[in-house]
Design a protein around this ligand. Structure first.
Ligand code: T4K
Length: 405
């Protein structure tokens, strides 16, 4: 319970924090612990720890069943999965990507000396704006990498049409989007391929992990070779350039165990999302992003957009207030890839073409959800936000800022 009656009771002004322990965004979901430990014992008993072991194979099979994608190739993390896909699909020169994403999307290109050309996003969806994609194409462009930010699919139809018309590879960074659908079809089936992340902070995690989902046999074959040093059939037979992108068996076991609880994880996320929605309803200038309820969603991100003019308080101030209360809200994706190195030095004026991205990076924040947070904790977080907004003038004055209007 958050019981403050006076602004001075807020922890940022010296009151006791609402929570004794930090509440993090991205606390991992853990499935059936006993089953996981059984599987880990089995791995140890069989002494098969990596290199396409039984649990990784089972995980890949079950991911394919879950998504309907013909091939799901497990990898050691989402970033390496992106790198493998980019290389295997032949993207070179320049590729169009959003700047409003986690830095891994851009780095996976730059790591291979491919220039990420940052494209602005649609402020309503936070995803690539297809019209602006088209304006950025040059003779060096070979691919488009859309990101399904927060698990809300990009405008796949429009991006597919552009990619086909210009003969470009189209891939999706679906790190957030396992379990989501677009026009009823599961994410994992679009573009040339899509990449999932199973990092600890994702609602389905394998400690670290990722996967490439594709319906393209040739591409799948190439990625499988590349993720295992280019080894073909038999010992000592390298037939392609490769790296080590393999997922290990404990990660595979975690994935198989997590998949058994995936329905429960999504239900909990949805319940939390609705809880936040109800308790934050009708707060001026504070808006929870919406998901299209006609589609499948994983609801793993609870994202607020703060309109400073209407709320009387801005995103950074709310985050500071929450941090003092031990609610570790995050400013994803601040400040945007184009404002981080090396891109900031390479393209110092990129922001001029990214007005919507720049606005979003100042407005958006992420709140804790998942199985590690209880309903009464969500209520308390909402009460803090409500209290801060309702007393915004006083709060801002005490924080040394001028009240808005
Ligand atoms: N593409 C996109 C669109 C992505 O969002 C990501 C990853 C990728 C690609 C790359 O996939 P991976 O290579 O990671 O598989 C976190 C995650 O590390 C990152 O995986 C994720 N996106 C990104 C959105 O969030 P940070 O820098 O915020 O991580 P960190 O360590 O601050 O963790 C976030 C919070 O989670 C912390 O406050 C504490 C909590 N946490 C974290 C870990 C690792 C736990 O409670 N337990 C844990 O074990 O990036």
């Amino acid at each position: 319970m958050f019981k403050s009656n006076q602004v001075s009771d807020l922890a940022i002004f010296g009151g006791p924090p609402a929570f004794q322990e930090k509440l993090h965004v991205g606390r991992p979901n853990i499935g059936d612990r006993d089953r996981l430990l059984e599987r880990i014992n089995d791995i140890l008993d069989r002494r098969w720890l990596s290199n396409d072991g039984l649990y990784v194979q089972e995980f890949e099979r079950k991911l394919s069943e879950f998504t309907g994608a013909k091939h799901c190739i497990a990898a050691c993390n989402g970033t390496v999965a992106l790198e493998l896909l980019i290389r295997a699909s032949g993207i070179t020169g320049e590729a169009i990507v959003p700047s409003f994403t986690f830095i891994a999307t851009a780095h996976a290109l730059q790591w291979q000396e491919i220039t990420p050309v940052f494209c602005d996003v649609d402020p309503k969806t936070h995803n690539l704006d297809p019209q602006k994609v088209e304006q950025l194409l040059t003779p060096r462009t070979t691919g488009i990498i859309g990101v399904h930010v927060w698990g809300r699919p990009c405008n796949i139809e429009a991006l597919t049409e552009i990619a086909q018309r210009h003969n470009l590879m189209l891939a999706f960074d679906a790190a957030h989007a396992l379990g989501a659908s677009y026009n009823g079809t599961a994410i994992g089936n679009f573009g040339d391929a899509e990449v999932f992340s199973f990092h600890a902070t994702k609602f389905l995690n394998t400690f670290e992990g990722g996967a490439i989902a594709t319906n393209n046999d040739e591409l799948a074959e190439k990625i499988r070779l590349m993720k295992n040093f280019g080894f073909g059939n038999g010992y000592d037979n390298v037939i392609y350039i490769g790296t080590n992108g393999k997922m290990n068996e404990t990660c595979g076991a975690m994935g198989v165990t997590g998949l058994e609880s995936i329905g429960k994880f999504i239900d909990v996320n949805y319940r939390n999302y609705k809880h936040y929605r109800e308790e934050l309803a009708d707060l001026p200038g504070i808006q929870l992003i919406v998901y299209d309820e006609a589609e499948r969603n994983n609801y793993q991100y609870v994202i607020l957009e703060i309109d400073e003019e209407k709320a009387g308080i801005n995103r950074n101030e709310i985050v500071q207030i929450l941090h003092a209360e031990n609610v570790m809200a995050r400013r994803y994706f601040y400040p945007g890839c184009h404002q981080m190195e090396p891109y900031r030095s390479y393209f110092p004026n990129a922001g001029l073409l990214l007005p919507e991205t720049e606005k979003l990076t100042q407005k958006v924040m992420s709140l804790p959800t998942g199985t590690a947070i209880a309903g009464d904790e969500i209520s308390t977080i909402c009460q803090i936000i409500r209290f801060a907004q309702q007393n915004s003038a006083d709060v801002r004055t005490r924080m040394g800022q001028k009240p808005t209007a």
